[in-house]
Design a protein. Structure first.
Ligand SMILES: [Zn+2]
Ligand SMILES: [Zn+2]
Ligand SMILES: [Zn+2]
Ligand SMILES: [Zn+2]
Length: 335
């Protein structure tokens, strides 16, 4: 992730709501797609953006968002908050905290999708990408997942203790809020970019999602676990459960890679990969940086940043995923 500049010259970070140096109100301006400060009368301080802004309604009422929206617009919610169709109970302090964590993860996801070249039209075509953040109720457990454009996240995934248990239980070294979003949006992107346009090429690499049927495959996975040689063919244990999960896990890894490389480009230039690099260069750069980043994490007693082993079949799956997005050269040309 890049950092941004306050009009006072101080650095601003993606989730900031105020500048720590000059106390100006800051936030994400949808009009100029940047974190900016606003003047006392509400004008966006970013060069070339003269929008008069006000806080997103969810920011004003619940502090679950840091976005700024046009003051004269008829939409009180920012582009990100508009995509959440089911919100938690804001009167429950635990749910409010969890909602805040999930909205921050979603804003980061939407930023990353724009970075890799997913257009607004691709997100809003029928059925549009939308989110439900739901809590378990007596007798009803909410299952995190995707169906027909709707990503449902169980609120408890915003709880670090629950995620730590899941890491052990499911053998997932990375069980994070942003990781959930990157996986689930993989299902959405399969529906939007693969299902009708290139199903055969996908089946060749990931297997036939119709045989065995999803429910049958998942029952078998939970009964028997992954095959002994899963690492030779899949990016994760869970990817071996069914071709849809393989695609979503591979997409999750790809988005991890692109996000880390984006951060390196802005923050640690010597470890970055040139713009317009192909999949092999991106992957080699990521794995090379991963050696250093893993050692940094081990230095601090944290889990490895890049724990995955990428086998040759997984490289070909990643090449397919990479081909779904416009090349960086195209992105640069169109701004
Ligand atoms: Zn400032
Ligand atoms: Zn602006
Ligand atoms: Zn908002
Ligand atoms: Zn999934």
């Amino acid at each position: 992730m890049q950092t941004y500049d306050c009009s006072c010259g101080n650095k601003l970070f993606f989730n900031n709501t105020h500048c720590s140096a000059c106390s100006r109100t800051v936030g994400w301006c949808d009009a100029c797609a940047a974190v900016t400060s606003i003047s006392p009368s509400g004008e966006c301080d970013a060069p070339g953006c003269s929008q008069t802004l006000q806080p997103c309604a969810n920011r004003a009422a619940y502090q679950v968002c840091n976005c700024l929206v046009p003051a004269d617009g008829d939409q009180p919610l920012c582009l990100s908050c508009q995509t959440t169709t089911d919100v938690p109970d804001p009167n429950d302090p635990t749910q409010l905290t969890q909602w805040r964590v999930l909205e921050a993860g979603k804003r980061r996801l939407l930023y990353e999708l724009a970075q890799v070249g997913v257009s607004r039209e691709q997100l809003t075509a029928d059925p549009p990408l939308s989110f439900r953040f739901l809590a378990d109720t007596p007798g009803k457990h909410i299952i995190t997942g995707h169906a027909d454009g709707v990503i449902t996240i169980n609120l408890e995934e915003a709880d670090p203790v629950v995620r730590a248990k899941g890491r052990q239980q499911f053998g997932e070294p990375h069980r994070t809020v942003i990781g959930h979003f990157r996986h689930e949006v993989g299902h959405f992107l399969w529906m939007r970019l693969v299902e009708n346009d290139r199903p055969d090429a996908c089946i060749k690499l990931f297997g036939d999602h119709r045989d065995p049927p999803y429910g049958e495959a998942m029952d078998r996975y939970y009964a028997e676990g992954p095959p002994a040689d899963w690492q030779a063919r899949f990016i994760s244990q869970y990817a071996s459960s069914h071709p849809w999960e393989d695609f979503a896990e591979t997409m999750g890894f790809y988005l991890d890679m692109r996000a880390v490389l984006d951060t390196l480009e802005h923050q640690v230039t010597p470890l970055s990969v040139r713009r317009g690099a192909d999949l092999d260069e991106l992957l080699a750069g990521y794995l090379k940086a991963g050696i250093a980043l893993n050692e940094i994490n081990r230095t601090m007693g944290l889990t490895d940043l890049v724990p995955e082993v990428v086998s040759p079949p997984v490289v070909e799956k990643l090449r397919f995923v990479h081909g779904l997005f416009p090349s960086e050269a195209v992105l640069l040309a169109t701004g």
